[in-house]
Design a protein around this ligand. Structure first.
Ligand code: SAM
Length: 290
C-alpha cells in the first residue's frame, strides 16, 4: 500500500510522470519514488533527463522515445510492459504529452490493454494560469502558434470572439512576433499575462494590455530570453453589451426626472459603465437631448 491506501502493483504499468519545468525541487515525492522503482525510463532526451535523475540519485535504465520514433522503439517499451515490467515516461520538462511526446505511446498502451497511471505535477500552462489573474473557469490551450506569420495571424483571427481565456506556449525566437500579431488581431487593449521562465532564477511576469506587453518585451533584451506562456483574456463583447443594457435601464429611470447629462453622470456612477460610452449610447436613444 502507498500513503493514499492504494495497492502498489507496478507490474506491467506505464507511468506518465510529470517532472519540473525549471526548479528541480518541484519534483513530487511520488514522482521520485516511481522513477527510482520502475524497470525502465522512457525519456524524450536521455541526456537531458540524466541531470534530473542525477539530482535524485537515481541510476535507471533509459531509452529514448519520441512520437516519431519507429514502431520498433515503441515495441521496446510495450514488450517489457506485456512481460510485467514497469516503465516511466518522462519528457524534458513538465507533463509528458502536453506539447511533448507520448501521445502515440499512451494510445498504443491503451489499445493493448496496458495499465497507464498518471503521476501528476508541473505543467507550464497550469502554473501560468494559477498566477495570471485572468479567468480560469474556462480556457482553451492552443500550444505553440504557427511559426509563419500568415498562418499565425489566420489562427488568431479565428479566435477573436472566443470568450474563454486562451493559453499559448512560445519560445524566445518568436515571442515578440507572436505578441505583435496578437496586437494586430485582438486589438491593443486586450488584457494579457506573460509568464517567463516560471520557477527559474530569472522568472518574470507581465500583466496588462497587449500593446504594453510588446513594449515590455522590446524594452529589455532579457525579457525576450527563455520560455514563455501567454495567457490572453477572452472576448468581453457580450459582457460589455449586457453591462451597457443595464446602465441604459438606470439612465432611462433617471432621465424622467433629470437633464440628460446629469442622468448620464449618475447612471455611470451607479452602473460602473464609463461615462463617455454611456453618454454616446444615451444620445442615440434620447429623443430630447438637453
Ligand atoms: N510539457 C511541458 C509542460 O507541461 O508545460 C511543455 C513542453 S513544451 C515543449 C515547452 C514550452 O512550454 C516552452 O516553449 C514554453 O512555452 C513552455 N514552458 C515550459 N517551461 C516553462 C517555464 N519554466 N516558464 C515558461 N514557459 C515554460
Amino acid at each position: 500500500m502507498d500513503k493514499s491506501g492504494q495497492q502498489i502493483n507496478t507490474a506491467g504499468v506505464l507511468y506518465v510522470v510529470a517532472t519540473p519545468i525549471g526548479n528541480l525541487d518541484d519534483i513530487s515525492t511520488r514522482a521520485a519514488a516511481v522513477l527510482s522503482d520502475v524497470d525502465m525510463i522512457a525519456a524524450e532526451d536521455t541526456r537531458h533527463s540524466r541531470n534530473l535523475l542525477k539530482h535524485l540519485h537515481i541510476k535507471a535504465r533509459m531509452l529514448a522515445y519520441h512520437d516519431h520514433s519507429a514502431d520498433d522503439a515503441q515495441d521496446l517499451i510495450l514488450n517489457p510492459l506485456h512481460d510485467g515490467k514497469s516503465v516511466a515516461l518522462i519528457s524534458d520538462a513538465g507533463t509528458p504529452l502536453i506539447s511533448d511526446p507520448g501521445f502515440k505511446l499512451v494510445r498504443a498502451a491503451r489499445i493493448a490493454g496496458i495499465k497507464v497511471i498518471p503521476i501528476p505535477g508541473p505543467a507550464a500552462l497550469v502554473a501560468a494560469l494559477s498566477v495570471a489573474g485572468i479567468p480560469t473557469d474556462r480556457f482553451t490551450f492552443l500550444g505553440f502558434p504557427p511559426a509563419k506569420p500568415a498562418a499565425r495571424r489566420a489562427l488568431l483571427a479565428e479566435l477573436t470572439e472566443r470568450q474563454e481565456t486562451l493559453v499559448f506556449y512560445e519560445s524566445s525566437h518568436r515571442i515578440v512576433a507572436t505578441v505583435e500579431s496578437m496586437v494586430e488581431v485582438f486589438g491593443a487593449r486586450r488584457q494579457v499575462f506573460v509568464g517567463r521562465e516560471l520557477t527559474k532564477l530569472f522568472e518574470s511576469h507581465f500583466f496588462g494590455a497587449l500593446d504594453e506587453c510588446s513594449g515590455w518585451l522590446r524594452g529589455d533584451d532579457n525579457e525576450r530570453r527563455g520560455e514563455f506562456v501567454i495567457v490572453l483574456s477572452g472576448f468581453a463583447g457580450p459582457a460589455i453589451i449586457e453591462e451597457m443594457k443595464a446602465a441604459l435601464g438606470v439612465f432611462r429611470v433617471l432621465r424622467d426626472e433629470l437633464p440628460l447629462k446629469q442622468a448620464v453622470t449618475l447612471a455611470s456612477r451607479i452602473s460602473g459603465v464609463r461615462k463617455n460610452a454611456l453618454y454616446q449610447a444615451a444620445l442615440e436613444e434620447d429623443d430630447n437631448p438637453a
